[in-house]
Design a protein around this ligand. Structure first.
Ligand SMILES: Cc1cc2nc3c(=O)[nH]c(=O)nc-3n(C[C@H](O)[C@H](O)[C@H](O)COP(=O)(O)OP(=O)(O)OC[C@H]3O[C@@H](n4cnc5c(N)ncnc54)[C@H](O)[C@@H]3O)c2cc1C
Length: 393
């Protein structure tokens, strides 16, 4: 959506295909980083978005045990104007962006349109997609097809890219419960640990989004054990939630996120570029799925816009450049996540509570949580929108 907005704003004709009929998916990456808020501000969108869309402001990321609280990242110095993560459900953010993109004549959104086949020219160059809509198949010719179809990307498969699983240590079970008056005022992004359980609590406006980590691949075993160990873990650490957990009686009432960290051998081939989760599935650790996808879009828009009407070879070179600038950052984040996941799984299985020693050290040294917050946000590294997007050429 972000890429479509940027390209349309830069004067290109862009058609966005979305397989679903709406954007109301529960439990997605909703944590918009300070660097992304700064970027949206440069585009003139941040103020309106934060004024009109209900959201939660998160200034710190903490890990709580029954003994003490550790502040692992403090975002109050991560941006001058937006020193916080904004938790905005994608179900609100995406319609907001649709409205903004619709102001540009080149933008078109086709809902319930599932890309199902690539179209090629005689030389094998991708020159469009076929998509299923209603009971028919339609074709769309394009100078460039961008696969932004998420973690199970069909276009990645159709394009013959090779995906390699780096192996995540944990899967997450998500569940939402309504907020009630008198709930404690907690920061919107927290981990809680108690013997044998690692829990996440996210403030989602009218709901608490609860996460329960399980060793990767253990879902069947957890389901057979039933919901009781899960509700017990939550009520032991967060007794004020007890009045809402009575209705959670079976594990299949929760949404399973099989965490994946996936690396793709390359992000482009002539006429086709992969971005976001299609190019690099990342784990929820650090909450940067949406942020890295937006940073990809920002870099891609700047690089491909000038070449959408030129020689195909130049467009290909621009796509190669997108991978060149974005891959090192996503690779680095994936390596960091891989280490964090492995360590968290090991500690969970050994019944250890609290953050690992290296993270505890951060909390003991004044200034380090703030540095960590700044680094987390800086890692996303979003380029300024080019002059064509800003309308100054
Ligand atoms: C259940 C779940 C929970 C998550 N939780 C977190 C979290 O807590 N923290 C975090 O940082 N990240 C989380 N993520 C990941 C985060 O949502 C993604 O990293 C981020 O949304 C990536 O954006 P994207 O645009 O690349 O892909 P997506 O947001 O996945 O968007 C892909 C879009 O393509 C559409 N689509 C798929 N196939 C086709 C097709 N063939 N034709 C047309 N349209 C198609 C889909 O309907 C979807 O709207 C979660 C992901 C999932 C699935």
């Amino acid at each position: 959506m972000m890429l479509a907005y940027l390209l349309a704003r830069g004067g290109a004709r862009v058609t966005l295909l979305e397989s679903h009929g709406d954007f109301n998916r529960r439990f997605r990456g909703d944590s918009v980083a300070p660097a992304v808020l700064d970027y949206l501000d440069t585009l003139g969108l941040a103020e309106e978005m934060l004024t009109t869309l209900p959201h939660t402001v998160v200034s710190t990321f903490g890990w709580h045990t029954s003994e003490r609280e550790y502040t692992l990242a403090d975002y109050r110095w991560a941006s001058r104007r937006f020193p916080f993560y904004a938790l905005i459900p994608q179900a609100r953010f995406l319609p907001f962006m649709t409205g903004k993109a619709a102001a540009f004549p080149g933008f078109e959104l086709r809902m319930r349109s599932r890309a199902c086949r690539l179209l090629h020219d005689d030389d094998g160059r991708v020159q469009g997609v076929a998509y299923a809509r209603g009971d028919g198949e339609r074709r769309l010719r394009a100078r460039l097809v961008v696969g932004t179809d998420g973690r199970n990307s069909k276009l990645r498969v159709l394009g013959g890219f090779r995906a390699r699983e780096l192996g995540a240590g944990l899967d997450v079970l998500w569940h939402a419960v309504p907020k009630r008056q008198g709930d404690p005022a907690v920061s919107g992004l927290q981990l809680h640990s108690t013997a044998g359980a690692l829990l996440a609590v996210l403030d989602q406006d009218t709901d608490w989004q609860l996460g329960y980590m399980i060793p990767a691949g253990s879902y069947r075993h957890v389901r057979e054990a039933g919901a009781a160990p899960i509700t017990e873990a939550f009520t032991r650490r967060l007794p004020w939630l007890a009045d809402r957990l009575g209705t959670l009686t079976a594990v299949n009432q929760m949404t399973l996120l099989p965490v994946r960290i996936t690396s793709v051998d390359r992000w482009y081939r002539p006429g086709l570029l992969l971005l976001g989760d299609a190019a690099h599935v990342i784990s929820p650790v650090g909450g940067n799925g949406i942020n890295l996808a937006i940073a990809d879009a920002a870099a891609a828009a700047n690089l491909v816009l000038p070449h959408l009407t030129g020689a195909p070879a130049r467009l290909d070179a621009a796509c190669a450049r997108v991978e060149q600038v974005r891959r090192p950052l996503t690779d680095k984040e994936q390596r960091r996540q891989h280490r964090a996941e492995r360590s968290a799984r090991g500690r969970l299985e050994r019944g250890l509570t609290g953050p690992p020693p290296v993270l505890r050290a951060i909390t003991r040294i004044p200034g380090l949580p703030a540095l960590n917050g700044r680094q987390n946000s800086a890692l996303i590294r979003i380029p300024r929108p080019c002059a064509q997007i800003m309308g100054t050429t």
